[in-house]
Design a protein around this ligand. Structure first.
Ligand SMILES: CCCCCCC/C=C/C(=O)SCCNC(=O)CCNC(=O)[C@H](O)C(C)(C)COP(=O)(O)OP(=O)(O)OC[C@H]1O[C@@H](n2cnc3c(N)ncnc32)[C@H](O)[C@@H]1OP(=O)(O)O
Ligand code: FAD
Length: 664
């Protein structure tokens, strides 16, 4: 039973928590990765919670753009000081979930910690690392990752910023030849960082060697003024993440030393000799790493959204389920359960997928450090697919959770607007989703063809070697995984067939690819969905713990499988892997799972273990006192400071005094 039960809450939530038939703490430990990690997270959280510096002077939505930025910069710098004082590694804090809720709408140093530093550690040689990491550790250097340009985001090979080697002075000259070459978007670039890892086209002796990364000082280390030859600024308000300090940057023949090229993989020697990397895409390594991290981040964002939606659905009463009876909790409506419970199952699916891709990342990079690049294409496809799937599932999930809260979900004080803008941007950054799906498709089609030519395939695509033959009527988890394989196989073989047919009609391959790209997207998503389902099934099979926690996991896993079969039923029917009757049976099972899981819903989201400060939502508080909170929050509006606002005297009263001359 939940250890939280004794804390006061409204009767509806108390009733829900009393229904709990599993050990909430055990589930919390599982999500944290063990008891010790839960303890560490809570310890960090208690350090954070007791800091008055994290209290916003007024709700940030009422602050100006400039004040919002300044307020968050104040908090993020305070964190660095605090962690330093407490001797805690800041990464430990950020990876532990304890930090959630401190920064409200972005973090001017997020890209520094999570993109810039990994670029230095992953792309520079040991000597460079030693110099730069020392300055990073002592807070002399704060940096960003400056890749995207006004005219070029997705297509890296099309970047316009140039880094031309001057053999005489042994320097690179960085230049932004056109307006479209302006770096645009890098987080913290506006006014926070003083350095950047800049992606630019390398030119040596008149020859272009493609995009490479350079360490570039942008601002004076003492005055913070931008250096001559560098033009910097902020790109203005955004859909969300308004305190990230996203900026622009232009170079005017700006010189940097030769050794400021990040030289772990490729080098330019003093005499201008170019030493190529052992794999042409190693300079894209930071993106692979960040994509892997996004799976976990979006999973946590969905956890927050579904916690709010579930608690609110237990507190909110509406309409009549049975005529004449009291208004039921909206969570009792099957349609409401269908909005919320699949999102809870999605959290667990993304959680297990995130863990598996993180493991894959570390094992593949360890092999790459030994010189074996053979697994990089598979890792690129896996990380691209999971980034795209997690970002789109979580964004859709957050929006469904918002809609499930009716009108109140539209209030800023529900925290859904921020959760949504923080999640949906992951569809765009680190590789726009469509573009990444097409990268996955490229890998799948290549693998399929390779198998047709009798070659062995890598583990994650090995099922594309030969037509899977699922056992008819086997609707067990393993049976459904076989059906998934068969459905993906059919999609892939049909798509490849179509590409070949278009080519046979005389179309060139690239145009044929474009003409089949809707189908290619389906292949990529179906393949990645299969991977997520398989991980879910295997991780639940292996899960240790009490029977009741295992039962929750099994039911959530089953809900995930049946839901995704139902959503994609056409693919299963077309491949013949499931019959219409199978689909009907599975859809009925999905409905009964909603009923089975409904009584445990509040306790499952309690296990995500967010405190009220983290959820920052009137609708999602532990005690469920939503109406009082909504009312109190509304009173904070500056418009409520006076009964009659200034604007009345300026605009409305003069209008009322003139009166309407024409008839309506
Ligand atoms: C508080 C919250 C804060 C939020 C902060 C957010 C921070 C965000 C930061 C950013 O967004 S940084 C900028 C990120 N930008 C991107 O991700 C750009 C996306 N574009 C690309 O990655 C590439 O341009 C491309 C789309 C992958 C295409 O690259 P390219 O044109 O060079 O390759 P192709 O010709 O398509 O393929 C060639 C070959 O290379 C393989 N490949 C591509 N990428 C990789 C990789 N990363 N690793 C390994 N291999 C890669 C590709 O699969 C092809 O292989 P083959 O099929 O030829 O074998
Ligand atoms: C919040 C946020 C933070 C960011 N932070 C950083 C940062 O720190 N550093 C940095 O360098 N960048 C950053 N970016 C930029 C980000 O990486 C790019 O926006 C992203 O890579 C997409 O590129 P784009 O904007 O040029 O989109 P585009 O590539 O122009 O995409 C526009 C449309 O074209 C489609 N499209 C493009 N190419 C193809 C194709 N080959 N096939 C089919 N369709 C295609 C896309 O699917 C999309 O629908 C950030 C962006 C955001 C939103």
């Amino acid at each position: 039973m939940s250890s939280h039960e004794t804390r006061p809450c409204v009767p509806d939530l108390k009733k829900e928590r009393l229904k709990c038939d599993f050990n909430v703490e055990e589930l919390t430990n599982l999500i944290d990765g063990g008891k010790e990690k839960t303890a560490l997270r809570r310890k960090l959280r208690s350090v954070i919670s007791s800091e008055s510096a994290y209290i916003d002077p007024i709700p940030p939505e009422y602050m100006s753009h400039e004040d919002q930025f300044s307020n968050e910069l104040r908090k993020t710098c305070h964190t660095a000081m605090l962690m330093n004082k407490q001797n805690i590694d800041i990464k430990t804090l950020q990876l532990s979930k304890a930090y959630i809720g401190v920064l409200k709408d972005g973090d001017p140093l997020w890209v520094h910690y999570h993109v810039f530093i990994p670029s230095i550690t992953g792309q520079s040689d040991p000597e460079q690392q030693k110099i730069w990491m020392e300055k990073i550790r002592t807070w002399k250097i704060f940096g960003t990752y400056a890749q995207t340009e006004l005219g070029h985001g997705t297509f890296l090979r099309g970047l316009e910023t140039t880094a031309t080697y001057d053999r005489e002075t042994r320097e690179f000259i960085l230049n932004s030849p056109t307006i479209t070459a302006t770096k645009w978007w890098p987080g913290g670039l506006g006014h926070t960082v003083n350095f950047a890892a800049v992606m630019a086209q390398l030119y040596v002796g008149g020859k272009c060697y493609g995009p490479h990364m350079f360490m570039v000082q942008l601002r004076d280390e003492n005055t913070h003024e931008s250096l001559p030859g560098v033009t910097l600024g902020e790109i203005g308000p955004r859909f969300g993440l308004n305190t990230n300090g996203n900026g622009f940057l232009r170079f005017d023949h700006y010189r940097i030393p030769r050794r400021n090229m990040l030289m772990k993989h490729a080098q330019v020697l003093e005499d201008g000799t170019y030493v190529k990397p052992s794999h042409s895409k190693l300079s894209y390594g930071t993106m692979v790493r960040v994509r892997v991290g996004i799976v976990r981040d979006t999973c946590i964002q969905l956890q927050q959204a579904v916690t709010i939606a579930t608690r609110y659905s237990a507190v909110r009463h509406q309409s009549e389920l049975i005529p004449g009876e009291p208004e039921p909790q909206i969570l009792d409506y099957q349609t409401q359960q269908f909005k919320i419970l699949p999102q809870i199952s999605s959290v667990f699916a993304l959680f297990f997928a995130a863990n598996s891709v993180i493991d894959a990342y570390y094992s593949v990079t360890a092999q790459m450090d030994l010189g074996d690049m053979s697994l990089l294409p598979e890792l690129h496809a896996l990380s691209s697919g999971l980034k795209a799937l997690s970002a789109s599932d979580a964004s859709r999930g957050v929006e469904i959770c918002r809609l499930s809260c009716g009108g109140h979900g539209y209030l800023a004080s529900s925290n859904f607007p921020r959760l949504y803008t923080q999640t949906t941007c992951a569809i765009t950054y680190e590789g726009e989703n469509t573009v990444l799906w097409l990268q996955v498709a490229r890998y799948i089609i290549k693998s399929y063809r390779s198998a047709q030519n009798g070659n062995n395939l890598k583990h994650s695509v090995s099922y594309l070697s030969k037509q899977p033959r699922p056992v008819r009527g086997d609707l067990s988890n393993n049976g459904l995984l076989e059906a998934f394989k068969a459905a993906v196989f059919k999609l892939v073989s049909d798509t490849e067939g179509r590409i070949q047919r278009v080519c046979a009609k005389g179309q060139n391959y690239h145009m044929a690819w474009n003409q089949c790209s809707l189908q290619l997207l389906k292949c990529a998503e179906a393949h990645t969905r299969f991977y997520v389902c398989e991980q879910f099934v295997r991780k639940v099979e292996m899960a240790k713990g009490t029977e009741n926690v295992k039962k929750i996991l099994k039911n959530l896993c089953r809900l995930y499988l049946t839901h995704h079969v139902s959503v994609n039923s056409g693919d299963f029917l077309k491949s013949g892997s499931l019959s219409q009757n199978d689909i009907a049976v599975l859809e009925e099972e999905m409905c009964s799972l909603l009923e089975v899981l409904r009584p445990q819903a509040v306790s499952i989201v309690d296990a995500f273990d967010f405190d009220d400060g983290q959820l920052n939502s009137c609708l999602g508080c532990w005690d469920g006192d939503v109406y009082q909170r909504l009312y109190d929050e509304a009173l904070k509006s500056p418009l409520n400071k006076t009964d009659v606002p200034e604007a009345y005297y300026k605009y409305l009263r003069p209008l009322m005094q003139v009166g309407l001359k024409s008839s309506l």
